[in-house]
Ligand binder design. Structure first.
Ligand code: MG
Length: 308
């Protein structure tokens, strides 16, 4: 559990006193202190934001919320702001992390690619310099430029679920989130088995953690020490790297499929995709879609309705 909110200066002073004897020797960059209380890690940032991490993070967090309230500093809509802050503005993670991300789940054509990367703290600045961030914020040209560099310089594991296998597993009752959970767990396990030292494992949250682990009930081995964060691609370098590597491999696969089909395959799942699928069916027959598309998408029904 991670809880983040901003506290006033008087409360910051109280926190500094309160955690004085629990402070860690080293502070993360831009922080005033980092301390351990039972199983909770408390980090106070120079910006006035305080982060509580751990299974019972809410205990310490609630205590400080009360203190802040009593001192008259909590404005009425603070609660709303807090829940918004929780999802939109986590502080940048400046630690050694393993992070995973997937692409292709919103594209009718092409595979799903999932990657887990290991980024030591010492490498973060260099990656930022290279322009690594959420792959959705980068154009294809930039991805093609940095993809090979990341593959060569960052330790990572990638798994490609091609369309044939996707269409084989999907009718067995796996929904998209279940597939994602299985794929993330697969690459995270592979990375964890390399026995690297890390501070956190971060996964870009695509559903509540409880549902994520429910999907993995039948898995032989499950990576459990995960911090789930929404929009993690923007605040955790290893997730950003995984996002870029996955995207790079996805684009390469789309390119290969395009060459084989003799037409540039459309990304996404819109009308252009439907029209292109009709052209492909005319040329190669309906069965071709099994090799290149995700058949459980609504597009398939729409396409079928145009065939009659
Ligand atoms: Mg993602």
């Amino acid at each position: 559990m991670t809880i983040v909110f901003k506290v006033s200066e008087p409360t910051q002073k109280k926190m500094i006193n309160y955690y004085d004897h629990k402070k860690r020797e080293k502070n993360p960059p831009y922080s005033i202190f980092q301390a351990d209380e039972a199983d909770t890690i408390i980090t106070l940032y120079q910006s006035g934001k305080v982060m509580f991490q751990g299974i019972s993070a809410d205990i310490d967090a609630n205590m400080w919320k009360e203190i802040e309230k009593k001192s008259g500093h909590l404005i009425e809509d603070q609660q709303k702001k807090e829940s918004k802050e929780k999802t939109t503005s986590h502080p940048f993670i400046y630690e050694t992390t393993i992070g995973s991300d997937e692409v292709g789940t919103g594209d009718y054509f092409g595979p799903i690619v999932v990657t887990a990367s290991y980024v030591p703290k010492s490498k973060i600045a260099e990656l930022k310099e290279l322009g690594v961030t959420d792959s959705k914020k980068l154009n294809d040209e930039k991805i093609m430029e940095i993809g090979p560099k990341l593959i060569a310089s960052v330790e990572h594991c990638t798994f490609i679920l091609d369309n044939m296998n996707y269409n084989k597993y999907q009718p067995l009752g796996y929904n998209m989130n279940q597939m994602k959970a299985i794929l993330h767990n697969k690459v995270l396990l592979e990375m964890k088995h390399k026995n690297k030292t890390y501070n956190q494992i971060v996964v870009d949250q695509f559903e509540p953690p409880k549902s994520y682990f429910n999907h993995l009930i039948k898995a032989k081995e499950v990576v459990r020490d995960i911090t789930f964060i929404t929009k993690a691609e923007s605040i955790c370098s290893s997730v950003a790297v995984s996002s870029c590597i996955s995207r790079y491999i996805f684009l390469k696969k789309m390119n290969e499929l395009s060459i084989a089909l003799g037409m540039t395959l459309q990304k996404g799942a819109g009308e252009l995709v439907d029209n292109q699928a009709l052209t492909i069916i005319k040329k190669y027959g309906f069965s071709k879609l099994t090799e290149i598309a995700k058949l459980n998408f609504k597009n398939t029904e729409k396409i079928k309705s145009h065939l009659n």
